[in-house]
Design a protein around this ligand. Structure first.
Ligand SMILES: Cc1ncc(COP(=O)(O)O)c(C=O)c1O
Length: 318
């Protein structure tokens, strides 16, 4: 089914499957004013030969989402397994035969003025067709921005909390206005944290290095997948340690990882070439491995994937 706009896409809202155009909230909604929501981002890839759509680590994303909701003392009433079922049902109802992005969002839903939250929560799950987020075939030019990554004791970055994304929006805006493809956030201590919507990895002397969770990063699921692929498939040593800004300028390779960004090799940083100035061998290998694994071409990583079950729709109708 080809869709011109997302208005007719069926979404899960207030425990019902309804068209996106009918899923409305009041302009007095607490989360709209105060950023009191928690969201997730999950990708699904359409596989032509198998005539099915494969969700990438949806269970892990829903486990993370529910834990993060707890930071704002919100509870999503469904289990990760039930949320996976809702997501598959959305894909089947919409009959998506293309790559998709899943956006679960839990939010403080009280319609009133006053920042102190109460226990009125709501949640929604949206699935829409989605292509490349940050085209990086020829490498990205990343720039360190003047904004600092928010501290865990201000708004926890690991929480995927809506309000925290003002920090990412400011960084993205500054980076793009200054001619970069993507931002690199420094921490308050001047270390490298991550991109605006992605984690960062550096290769130095054959070792893969990425900042630890305590550097105010979002503990990315793609980051975790890449660490596993690097250790298992490429036999690389993977180290989690703080990264200095100047290491960005002398390292051999750099790349971003994230559900939306996928694997984004960085070939230039702050107007300096990264390594040789072209996509490095390890970045290219990891990008290829990640693509193979998430498209179901590596049996040992099929455990990351959940089939939407599109093939069964005609069986069910019969
Ligand atoms: C700030 C930030 N860092 C990193 C990531 C990457 O996380 P994941 O790989 O779980 O999508 C994201 C995207 O969700 C993000 O918003």
């Amino acid at each position: 089914m080809k869709m011109e706009s997302n208005a007719d896409v069926i979404v899960y809202f207030n425990n019902e499957y309804v068209p996106l155009k009918d899923a409305k909230v009041s302009i007095l909604t607490h989360a709209l004013h105060y950023g009191t929501g928690v969201f997730e981002g999950i990708r699904g890839y359409w596989d032509g030969p198998q005539q099915d759509l494969f969700l990438v680590r949806p269970h892990d994303h829903y486990v993370r989402w529910k834990k993060n909701c707890g930071i704002l003392r919100m509870q999503v009433p469904l289990s990760p397994a039930q949320l996976c079922d809702v997501t598959r049902e959305l894909i089947r109802r919409n009959q998506f035969r293309t790559n998709v992005y899943v956006r679960p969002l839990a939010y403080k839903s009280a319609e009133r003025i006053g920042v102190a939250p109460d226990s009125q929560d709501a949640f929604t799950v949206i699935v829409i067709p989605f292509g490349a987020y940050l085209p990086s075939e020829n490498g990205l030019h990343a720039g360190v921005v003047s904004w600092r990554r928010i501290e865990d004791n201000a708004i926890p970055g690991r929480g995927k909390i809506c309000g925290a994304y003002v920090n990412s929006a400011l960084a993205s805006d500054e980076a793009r206005l200054n001619g970069f493809d993507e931002a690199i956030f420094p921490t308050e201590h001047g270390h490298v944290a991550e991109g605006a919507t992605c984690n960062i990895f550096m290769v130095r002397n054959g070792k893969l290095i990425t900042p630890p969770g305590s550097e105010n990063i979002l503990e990315g699921i793609t980051r975790e997948s890449i660490m596993e692929l690097a250790r298992t498939e490429l036999k690389l040593e993977v180290i989690e340690r703080p990264i200095d800004r100047s290491e960005l300028y002398i390292c051999d390779e750099l790349f971003f990882t994230g559900t939306a960004v996928e694997i984004g090799p960085i070939t230039k940083v702050d107007h300096r070439p990264v390594g040789s100035g072209s996509i490095g061998a390890i970045s290219a290998s990891l990008r290829r491995l990640y693509e193979e694994a998430t498209r179901g071409h590596m049996p040992q990583y099929r455990r990351w994937l959940l089939a939407a079950g599109l093939k069964t729709i005609s069986d069910r109708a019969a």
